[in-house]
Ligand binder design. Structure first.
Ligand code: GH3
Ligand code: MG
Ligand code: MG
Ligand code: MG
Length: 311
């Protein structure tokens, strides 16, 4: 029964119902020394389809988090044998950020200021025992939704709106991180569509967008084992680590040929399209230097007549 009189409550309960399917993938870990308390919580959680895990102390809790990547939320009691809940939370925050793991502190202790201590230690929320079921569910849902919102923001911030490919921001972050770890055998390619302005001018901007989306699909398929992104306008970038330069060149030649031999059709008009590619294997100066070198080679490819790879 959903009371329609209170719009907020109605909206909340509708959201709750819509969650039930999604919850099947969300793991919630209950860390509490009391068996009765653990079971009361996991029973409630299972009613909402969550995957539940239990731990009796800090050590077991850490072990469980370590081996189950689907845990999005941990409920942690303050009083346990061994390490306290507050200390455990501080420890966990060294490894699991607030963006990746929600933590609800829980306690029957009535000491004032305990909820604040929990939050200062890194908990994202607090619940007092005994709790009413409604509050328990509200807090769980709020925490799970907070994590999902962060996930959405991350996804949107790192992908290109038109093509769905990773974007320039993602590319820079990923490549810079990779260059730090393995500075050897790195290659970077810039792919630029030839005379793309003509596609827009001849067939219209919608056809230009269609072409970009089709090319992006091929980029995603062809370079699925590497880091590829839409870098800007009609340019795509691919980054290879630990791949022999000769192999990279072969892959890029193969891609160039695949594009050149493809016929695109938009609103019954068929046309072909080629790309020029600038490639570098020199990673001495970091990502910016690699981009500059690849761009110089791209310029040569354009001057050399386009539809070619220069490395
Ligand atoms: P070149 O062979 O020298 O690379 O010639 P080009 O015409 O491809 O290069 P130019 O830089 O002159 O033009 C790029 C064009 O790409 C101009 C711009 O309108 C178009 N473009 C950039 N982003 C988009 C987009 O998102 N959609 C569409 N339809 N066109 C775009
Ligand atoms: Mg360009
Ligand atoms: Mg240009
Ligand atoms: Mg171009």
């Amino acid at each position: 029964y959903i009371p329609k009189e209170n719009a907020q409550v109605y909206e909340y309960l509708t959201r709750l119902l819509n969650r039930l399917d999604k919850n099947k993938k969300v793991g919630v870990l209950v860390i509490d020394g009391s068996r009765a308390s653990r079971h009361a919580m996991t029973a409630l959680l299972r009613r909402q389809n969550f995957i539940t895990l239990e731990a009796v102390n800090a050590e077991q809790g850490m072990e469980s988090l370590h081996s189950n990547s689907n845990i999005k939320l941990a409920i942690i009691d303050e009083k346990m044998s061994g390490m306290s809940g507050l200390k455990l939370i501080s420890e966990l925050r060294k490894t699991y950020s607030q963006e990746d793991l929600g933590i609800i502190g829980i306690s029957s202790d009535t000491t004032s200021g305990l909820s604040a201590l929990f939050i200062k230690s890194g908990a994202t929320d607090y619940l007092h025992k005994p709790y009413c079921h409604e509050e328990f569910f509200c807090r769980i849902m709020q925490n799970v939704e907070r994590l999902e919102n962060i996930e959405t923001i991350r996804r949107v911030a790192n992908s290109d709106y038109l093509t769905g490919l990773p974007n320039r921001r993602y590319f820079f972050t990923r490549v810079a991180a990779s260059l730090k770890v393995t500075p050897k055998l790195q290659s970077l390619a810039i792919i630029d569509i030839d005379h793309f302005k003509k596609v827009n001018d001849t067939y219209g901007h919608d056809c230009g967008d269609y072409t970009l989306k089709e090319l992006a699909k091929l980029v995603a398929e062809y370079f699925e084992d590497f880091t590829a992104a839409r870098f800007g306008g009609e340019e795509f970038c691919v980054y290879f680590s630990n791949t022999a330069p000769k192999k990279v060149l072969q892959i890029m030649q193969g891609f160039r040929e695949a594009i050149a031999s493809k016929t695109l059709t938009f609103e019954k008009k068929s046309f072909a399209c080629t790309v020029s590619i600038g490639l570098t294997h020199n990673s001495k100066g970091g990502i910016n230097a690699m981009l500059r070198l690849a761009d110089e080679h791209l310029y040569s490819a354009k001057n050399g007549g386009r539809n070619q790879v220069v490395s």
